[in-house]
Design a protein around this ligand. Sequence first.
Ligand code: NAD
Length: 276
Amino acid sequence: TSSPTLTFNDGNTIPQLGYGVWQVEDDVAEKVVRQAFEAGFRHIDTAKIYGNESGVGRAIASSGLSAEEIFITTKLWNADQGYESTLAAFEESMDRLGLETLDLYLIHWQQPKQDKFVDTWKALIELKKRGRVKSIGVSNFTVEGLQRIIDETGVVPVINQVELHPFFNQAELRAFNASKGILTQAWSPLGQGGELLENATVGEIAAKHGATPAQVVIAWHLAIGNVVIPKSVTESRIQENFAALGVKLDDADVEAISGLDRGAEGRIGPDPAVSD
Ligand code: NAD
């Protein structure tokens, strides 16, 4: 099995199911990314702030997979926002990853009070022009932030990676992203593994499909069109999460899981509109 791909507004494609490595130590990252490749994942989501780009890079180098076979995302950290500092931080990330070209570079947080995200976006546009990165996008951007970078540069991000799970399903932001041709990528897609995976509705749907709760939640993300990047450092769960590709939910299942939304109450992480 391989993940289905989705097509960006710049014509490039992304495997819809990927593997995220937040809160994974550098040496552990090397091991678990190798396990993720063995399980079938070809899309890895890291960031400078995760401190494991080197470990991800070592796993890529020893994987035997070519650059064309894999899809790597990293992210520009908040302290590096600004035009020149972004260009420099990008090269440092590439050195750690050991890559010639990056598949996707994201501004990690909008940082509305710092208010450097437009200049930062211009640097990403330049990196794409130079061919250093194939696609450029953002993470933790609001409708206002997206509108502003689009208005000021005319360049639409390919993706907006945001907190998104059944308790916080971001219906409005997903609709806005879609209206601009921006894919939505879900971070903390399993709600960080807490209460969500114990939820009765999720459990009933899992039992019906002979699947696990984590697989059902991943299948829900795939069904509603999200790019999704679950994290685990346990090999059996890495394999289980990839096998969610085989779980096909019916419309009633998808609706029931979408119905678990708690609005703003469901948010786990910081609110990008006020976090700086
Ligand atoms: P997640 O929702 O993927 O949950 C991960 C946790 O769920 C694991 O630590 C484990 O406890 C549990 N889990 C995973 N698979 C399981 C399974 N099969 N069965 C039972 N429990 C299971 O949380 P996350 O790591 O916060 O998010 C995923 C990825 O999203 C991150 O690794 C990172 O790449 C990205 N992310 C991005 C941002 C951002 O600001 N852009 C923020 C947070 C996370």
